[in-house]
Design a protein around this ligand. Structure first.
Ligand code: NAD
Length: 359
């Protein structure tokens, strides 16, 4: 029996991971610790909430007594750490929460794992099961690429936004706990994800939602920034591979080898929606809604991942192409209009006005 603590399991990637893990690991018990910020939504896991192997705890990863209580009560032997403030634009507007959750929160979890797995001052008894603290991070820690080249696990960190700087900081802390204390940690640095349950402040769900409703499609700068897109379930299956066979102290880059310019992604969504639901009233193709807006400060030009290590050492590879994944994603949003409406509350509207109106 594996006792897994997932943090941030009500967010986009976390909820997809919880669903996949419960499906693939019949013998696991899984506790989901989530603060339920604007990005956390228990409805993302409504279908598995009654599973007896699953327990939800609403709380903050910075709350050390709570984290320790969960370790003690549940005999946690595996941590999969997703919880984070995750949106670059919000980090530019208000970095404090990013420092608190992404750095202090990660530190709090590491300290709990150190106490419970290694003892306060000397190593505890050998574990019955393989312990693993898996820290989920981003390729944004590596900074920005030029026209060519790929991020490898050896690429030096060069974060450019408060978000990526806070994630880089947490990655360094995790690595330090391996080298200093021998805590069995692994880090994954993944490229941009897309798929079901993605909060509509991020590019792909934002464009789907706006394009469906005939609203402007804001594209930063010249639209030529490149991201390497990965279908979220493929990211989650990579995490399961790392949990199973990853080597303590190692970092694994995860990516789908799907480099796309932002404008190309937006145009693809427009064309697919025109095909699936018909053009807008008056026969206007959705590409006509594209509006170039003032660029994000410090906007990284290009990210692209070399995922050779996880492919060759752990035998993982993505199973969904971008062409298939973007269709699946659009179909999911078309079938889940009520979910979109439920997350587009007053605070989202306020955020949206601040970000895009008058830009
Ligand atoms: P998200 O914003 O959708 O979800 C974050 C979740 O964490 C939410 O459920 C939120 O309520 C919870 N949370 C936030 N602060 C918390 C706190 N203090 N205590 C407990 N819970 C808290 O994020 P996501 O897109 O699912 O990303 C998950 C992780 O994956 C993050 O660490 C992110 O850096 C990393 N990542 C994301 C991407 C991507 O494309 N989205 C790519 C690579 C890595």
């Amino acid at each position: 029996m594996q006792n897994i603590l997932v943090t941030g399991g009500c967010g986009f990637i976390g909820s997809n991971f919880v669903r996949l893990a419960l499906g693939r690991l019949p013998d696991c018990r899984l506790v989901n610790l989530d603060k339920l910020t604007y990005a956390g939504n228990p409805a993302n896991l409504a279908d598995i909430a009654a599973d007896p192997r699953y327990r939800f705890v609403q709380g903050d990863i910075c709350d050390a007594p709570l984290v320790e209580k969960i370790f003690a009560e549940e005999g946690i032997d595996t941590v999969v750490h997703f919880a984070a403030e995750s949106h670059v634009d919000r980090s530019i507007d208000g970095p404090a929460a990013f420092i608190q959750t992404n750095i202090v929160g990660t530190f709090t979890l590491l300290e709990a794992a150190r106490r419970f797995w290694l003892g306060e001052t000397s190593p505890g008894p050998a574990p019955a099961t393989r312990r693993c603290f898996l820290h989920v991070s981003t390729d944004e820690v590596y900074g920005s690429l030029g026209e060519t080249g790929l991020f490898t696990e050896q690429t030096p960190f060069d974060p450019r936004s408060p978000y990526s700087a806070s994630k880089a900081s947490s990655d360094h802390l995790v690595s330090a706990y391996f080298h200093t204390y021998g805590l069995p940690t692994v880090i994954t640095n993944c490229s941009n994800n897309y798929g079901p349950y993605h909060f509509p402040e991020k590019l792909i769900p934002l464009i789907i939602n706006n394009a469906l409703n005939g609203k402007d499609l804001p594209v930063y700068g010249d639209g030529k920034n490149v991201r390497d897109w990965l279908y979220v379930v493929d990211h989650c299956s990579a995490i399961l591979s790392v949990l199973r066979n990853g080597e303590p102290g190692q970092t694994y880059n995860i990516g789908g080898n799907n480099e796309k310019q932002n404008l190309e992604v937006v145009q693809t969504i427009c064309d697919l929606l025109d095909e699936k639901v018909g053009p807008l009233p008056g026969g206007l193709p959705r590409r006509g809604l594209i509006k170039f807006v003032k660029d994000r400060p410090g906007h990284d030009r290009r990210y692209a991942i070399d995922a050779n290590k996880i492919r060759t050492e752990l035998g993982w590879s993505p199973s969904v192409s971008f062409e298939e994944g973007i269709r699946k994603t659009i179909d999911w949003y078309l079938a889940n209009g009520a979910w979109i409406q439920s997350v587009l509350d007053g605070s989202y509207q306020e955020y949206y006005r601040k970000m895009y109106e008058g830009r």
